[in-house]
Design a protein around this ligand. Structure first.
Ligand SMILES: [Zn+2]
Length: 129
């Protein structure tokens, strides 16, 4: 219909159109100002006086992301270390359990052998009927 924007609202009331295409002379939003500052970090419109390699202006917009990556990397490293320690601990306990089973088996073997020898001597000394 006539008098509507492409979104179907009356002109001047559509928030989408106001956001995407602000009227001339309107005050730019804070986000737009921040984006402009990030795009051009040099203050006061100094365009050409900087000579030599532009290390600072290129590195300036990337503040924050390396710190986040560092935190994520440290967290991942801590998780990996904990998992490895957990696995090593369980491996040690598994080996100890095997050693324990072998020890119990040896003790049971010795006790059974002693009992069998004692029983055999008793049988040998007993008078036969
Ligand atoms: Zn619209």
């Amino acid at each position: 219909m006539a008098g509507e924007c492409i979104h179907g609202f009356a002109p001047g009331t559509c928030l989408i159109c106001q956001t995407l295409d602000p009227p001339k002379g309107a005050k730019p939003t804070k986000a737009a100002t921040r984006a402009a500052k990030i795009a051009d970090p040099r203050p006061g419109g100094q365009l050409e006086p900087q000579s030599g390699p532009r290390v600072v202006p290129k590195a300036a917009p990337r503040t924050g992301s390396p710190a986040v990556l560092k935190v994520i990397g440290v967290a991942v490293a801590v998780v990996i270390v904990i998992a490895l320690a957990w696995a090593a601990l369980h491996l040690v306990f598994a080996v100890l359990h095997i050693v324990e089973l072998i020890g119990v088996g040896i003790i049971a073997l010795y006790l059974g052998w002693v009992a069998g020898v004692h029983h055999g001597r008793k049988l040998a000394k007993a008078p036969r009927k």
